[in-house]
Design a protein around this ligand. Structure first.
Ligand code: FPP
Length: 211
């Protein structure tokens, strides 16, 4: 388990659809605003001691959504991955995509491969996008990521939804009502502060009692 000063934070980005609905906008407008939030969070992460950030962008279950929404999300991911490369390079961010690639549209797969190789030298932050990801599938396939220190979920739900089940065995869980498009650097800082205020014992005793 990771006990280093560089944190691995994982986020279930929930609430784009409700954010849009409350404004009378189509769901895809919520996803676009969600992409802006991703940008802000990636920028803020290294300054908060985060060395790895894993974002749940599209779950294997998300294929059940309306075809139009799925197609819009795939286009949004491809656009993000292409457009962000200069910013990622500038910030020392290495991009990696985890999950199945065989069901993703070819232009997205191509954009991912190009962005991964362009940013491979980044050392300040590893940004992992989970796309067509299922933790049960990954466990079955023997795919393991580093242990998660802090798992955040926005949008008010309190469940893991097949995200990093193995890797979150000792993660601190942090749930907030804030819808993902409204989540900003101050919210991430609050989550990290809450993490540091908790005592992680990994099944052992508190330091005072351990003698
Ligand atoms: C959950 O909100 C969000 C998603 C299924 C998609 C996540 C996508 C983004 C944050 C957009 C861009 C991401 C990148 C990496 C560019 P929801 O639609 O389930 O919201 P709801 O629960 O309110 O309906």
């Amino acid at each position: 388990m990771s006990q280093s000063s560089s944190l691995h934070v994982a986020i279930v980005m929930d609430g784009n659809g409700r954010w849009a609905g409350r404004r009378g906008l189509p769901r895809v407008a919520g996803h676009r605003a969600g992409a802006e939030a991703v940008r802000r969070i990636v920028e803020a992460a290294p300054g908060l001691g985060i060395g790895a950030l894993t974002l749940y962008a599209f779950s294997a279950d998300n294929w059940k959504r309306a075809p139009g929404e799925v197609a819009a999300l795939m286009r949004l991911f491809a656009r993000y991955v292409r457009a962000e490369v200069p910013r990622l390079l500038e910030g020392g961010v290495r991009l990696e995509v985890v999950g199945r690639r065989d069901r993703l549209p070819v232009p997205l797969v191509t954009a991912i491969a190009a962005a991964e190789s362009a940013t491979a030298g980044g050392v300040r932050l590893v940004l992992r996008l989970a796309l067509d990801y299922s933790s049960r599938w990954a466990i079955g396939a023997g795919v393991r990521l580093p242990d998660v220190d802090l798992l955040v979920r926005t949008g008010g739900e309190q469940r893991l939804s097949d995200f990093l089940l193995w890797e979150s065995a000792y993660a601190e869980l942090y749930f907030v009502e804030t819808m993902w498009p409204d989540f900003g650097a101050a919210d991430l800082a609050a989550a990290v502060a809450a993490f540091h205020a908790r005592e992680r014992r990994f099944g052992g005793l508190p330091e005072a009692a351990a003698g």
